[in-house]
Design a protein around this ligand. Structure first.
Ligand code: IMP
Ligand code: MG
Length: 335
């Protein structure tokens, strides 16, 4: 039973949601903890033909036995939280929000959408996360413990996560966004308002780095980016469309910028995250013949060659390969 962090190697939207949902169903960890920035994230999963977009609760909710935690480092929008509990029909008794989480106020959302620098220059998601982190740094933010809407949903997340690890239970820690969006290691100023590497995900849920066994870094078989900022492997929109790689943002609905797999960026992301394994998603969109296949040996030659190239150039095992949008469509080579 291991303690595993899942993070993103590009600019978010690598398919972390799918990978987390798969791991939650396959490994059945008793504890799933949401790390990452906050509801600026949009994790999309397709389960039994039903599409679900999640912004705030752990995607690991798909494993019905899991305790669902949101760590102190994560920004919480109370309305988004309650709406999601309702929409996904999650038993509130399963959920524990750390009393020390920062609350996103409606004024933060207005501010995020109203400031030219954030809207035009950075191209934020407009979900209030940047202004809320500013308020936290200024020591003016309200915390989850001060929010009546969340009373009854609070729990000491750090204590629960560390307690589960002490008891030898598996813990799955869900990161959000991606390496290129890190406030410190990404393409500043075209970044989000916090670090988005594995070290930050530890901090978010209140565990020390010595307690982590595996860091699974997720990459899409091509790259995408929403918002402004450098994107060296970007393709012209028409070319991306011709390849069937068009995408739209799960939170904002904005068309995503699309590009080739970026080996240089990936290698840096692996270094800074201390990745132990890689997950490769959307292989079927790059190689349609790979759709739905369940074994690496069954992959068409070109798809197999691509997976081998990723392993060889990035020098980490590709342990998970997603071959379709359904949560279960996964080649699992973890052994
Ligand atoms: P913010 O996080 O809303 O402040 O946005 C800052 C930058 O990060 C913008 O370029 C956003 O498009 C990008 N961003 C934030 N969260 C995500 C995500 O979950 N997926 C993709 N891009 C994101
Ligand atoms: Mg997303």
């Amino acid at each position: 039973m291991s303690v595993t962090i899942v993070g993103g190697g590009f600019w978010g939207d690598e398919g972390k949601g799918k990978v987390v949902a798969y791991l939650a169903l396959a490994d059945r960890p008793p504890v799933v903890a949401r790390a990452g920035v906050g509801p600026n994230a949009g994790h999309t999963i397709l389960m039994d033909g039903r599409k679900v977009v999640m912004r705030q609760l752990p995607v690991g909710y798909v494993h019905r036995g899991a305790r669902l935690l949101i760590g102190a480092g994560v920004l919480v929008d109370p309305e988004v939280t309650l709406a999601e509990i309702d929409r996904l029909d999650v038993d509130p008794a399963r959920l524990g929000i750390d009393p020390l989480c920062t609350i996103i106020e409606s004024a933060h959302v207005v501010d995020d959408r109203g400031r030219d620098h954030l809207r035009e220059v950075v191209g934020t998601t407009g979900t209030g996360t940047g202004p809320a982190n500013e308020a936290r740094a200024a020591r003016r933010a309200r915390l989850a413990r001060d929010e009546p809407l969340l009373a009854g949903l609070l729990a000491d997340v750090s204590a629960e996560v560390n307690g589960a690890i002490d008891a030898g239970d598996a813990v799955l820690i869900e990161g959000t966004q991606g390496f290129g969006l890190s406030l410190y290691h990404g393409d500043y100023p075209f970044v989000t308002s916090k670090d988005t590497t594995a070290a930050a995900f530890c901090m978010d849920v209140g565990v020390g780095p010595t307690r982590i066994d595996e860091v699974v870094l997720v990459f899409k078989a091509f790259a995408s980016r929403v918002g402004e900022g450098p994107f060296p492997t970007e393709l012209p929109r028409e070319l991306a469309a011709a390849r069937g790689w068009e995408e739209f943002g799960a939170v904002t609905g904005r068309p995503r910028r699309i590009g080739e797999f970026d080996f240089e960026r990936a290698s840096r992301a692996i270094m800074v995250n201390g990745a132990t394994q890689l997950a490769l998603t959307n292989l079927d969109r790059r190689f349609p013949d790979a759709a739905g296949l369940e074994r690496l040996e069954a992959l068409p030659t070109e798809a197999r060659r691509f997976v081998d190239e990723v392993e060889a150039r990035l020098r980490r095992p590709v342990t998970l390969v997603s071959t379709g949008p359904e949560v279960r469509a996964m080649i699992d080579r973890r052994g």
